[in-house]
Design a protein around this ligand. Structure first.
Ligand SMILES: Cc1cc2nc3c(=O)[nH]c(=O)nc-3n(C[C@H](O)[C@H](O)[C@H](O)COP(=O)(O)OP(=O)(O)OC[C@H]3O[C@@H](n4cnc5c(N)ncnc54)[C@H](O)[C@@H]3O)c2cc1C
Length: 429
């Protein structure tokens, strides 16, 4: 089993180098009481805490490292509507929930846009995301998606692109088409997370950093323990995603950590920017094992991809990602690579976020399978709704059956590595 991370500072990413605020919330010491105790200050934990505080709950938020230390402060920054595995949720609950699920898939975009405006969070939020087709079957997916947008009267701009338009707008012949959604986009995820935490703190949320939660004593009012303190609360929310090992009796074998990696170039000259991404879009291909990229606010290429399910860091992130980038953009051959970093995403085998309750008052919310900037905000709201007594949407997800692999805390990554091989082979066909 992996050691639990604690008391670590941010990984040396482009985001940590350009962060608006270096947080320094105190360590939890002694006893604290709150209505709700949230464990883990990534997007799930921070978004949930902020929603609860907006609804007048008192909240304690406990983080083992720093706010945004995990995947939330390291990701591609692509704000993409939807929730992984949603089609399965629809299949199980029937067509009657279609409209509700369609609205839900955009809810994270709305929450983020609203919060950025309401709390004045500076996180380089930009509109525009393009999904790119590499194979014919991808084009069929994009056309179906456009039909869905039309059927639901999607109020924001969207476009289907043919090969020539895609090539002209992305400066590469790698794709045979694309679909652009202007309600999706991209942002600086660490600055968003830290900004939301600052807003939560402003509403009275007690935030503790460098405070690893070591266990929970269950009861009518559970006690959440760290090495030097505890929080007593009516409800607890576990938001440690791929990084936490709490409540193993209920949660082990449910979410698997998988590495995803990004490189950041030096700032690109204007002519290169105008050639490869004049519309300043976030880009993600439609392969099973995706490549995703975008320009930062200061016009660096942030190029990510290649999940690693083996549990081992690649020896060199740059050596593993750079060839992927150059395959799409040989124009970037001579640019300097200034940053390379990675983080852990939480994979669930059926790809549906794992949402549920233990003993009635300990909630968990995890496993976005690499698609979490938007989904964490949706799920955080569903958990806050459930805590407030509105279970309808929470139950849609909590009622989904998840697969577990017994003993997979020891061998799960090997099993997932096999699954990964399957997906890579599928991409090659
Ligand atoms: C490299 C990379 C690129 C990605 N790109 C995208 C993208 O472009 N778009 C997208 O939508 N998604 C992307 N994702 C996925 C997305 O980042 C995640 O789904 C999302 O951030 C998960 O948020 P979280 O809050 O649940 O988990 P995390 O952000 O991982 O936060 C969990 C936090 O809990 C803390 N914690 C764990 N255990 C304990 C404990 N016992 N006590 C106290 N604290 C604890 C950890 O320290 C951590 O800070 C990417 C992920 C990675 C790694």
């Amino acid at each position: 089993m992996k050691a639990i991370h604690q008391k670590q500072e941010h990984t040396s990413s482009y985001y940590a180098a350009t962060v608006n605020e270096v947080t320094d919330y105190p360590e939890l010491e002694g006893g604290v009481t709150a209505d709700i105790c949230v464990v883990g200050a990534g997007f799930t934990g921070v978004a949930t805490a902020l929603t609860l505080a907006e609804r007048d709950f008192s909240v304690a938020l406990i983080e083992a490292n720093r706010v945004g230390w995990g995947a939330s402060g390291r990701n591609g920054g692509q704000l993409i509507n939807g929730i992984s595995g949603l089609s399965k949720v629809r299949k199980k609950h029937g067509e009657g929930v279609e409209d509700m699920l369609w609205e839900l898939r955009w809810r994270g975009n709305d929450i983020i846009h609203d919060r950025v405006a309401k709390y004045g969070i500076e996180c380089d939020l930009k509109n525009g995301f393009v999904e790119t087709a590499i194979k014919q079957r991808h084009l069929a997916d994009l056309e179906e998606y456009a039909e869905q947008m039309e059927r639901h009267n999607h109020p924001y701009k969207y476009e289907l692109w043919d090969r020539a338009t895609t090539s002209a707008n992305l400066g590469t012949d790698a794709y045979i088409g694309g679909f652009v959604s202007y309600r999706d986009g991209h942002l600086h995820p660490l600055n968003l997370c830290i900004g939301e935490a600052r807003a939560a703190s402003g509403l009275g949320v007690k935030i503790f950093e460098q405070s690893l939660v070591t266990g929970i004593e269950h009861g009518a009012r559970p006690r959440v323990r760290t090495a030097r303190g505890h929080v007593d609360a009516d409800s607890v929310v576990l938001a440690g995603n791929a990084y936490h090992l709490l409540e193993s009796r209920h949660l082990s074998n449910l979410t698997f950590p998988a590495g995803s990696y990004i490189i950041g170039t030096e700032a690109l000259p204007d002519e290169l920017v105008n050639e490869i991404n004049p519309l300043d879009l976030a880009v993600c291909d439609l392969n099973e094992v995706v490549d995703y990229y975008r320009l930062s606010a200061d016009k660096r290429m942030l190029y990510g991809g290649r999940c690693n399910y083996s549990g081992r860091e690649p020896e060199s992130i740059k050596a593993s990602i750079l060839p992927r980038m150059l395959q799409i953009y040989p124009q970037l051959e001579d640019v300097r690579i200034d940053f390379e970093w990675g983080g852990m995403i939480g994979i669930v085998l059926n790809r549906i976020p794992a949402l549920g309750r233990i003993n009635g008052n300990v909630y968990y919310c995890q496993g976005y399978s690499g698609h979490g900037v938007n989904a964490t905000h949706i799920m955080g709201e569903l958990v806050a709704d459930a805590i407030g007594g509105t279970m309808e949407k929470f139950d849609l997800f909590a009622g989904m059956k998840h697969f577990r692999i017994p003993g997979s805390q020891w061998m799960g990554n090997q099993i997932i590595a096999l699954g990964m091989l399957y997906f890579r082979l599928k991409d090659m066909l």
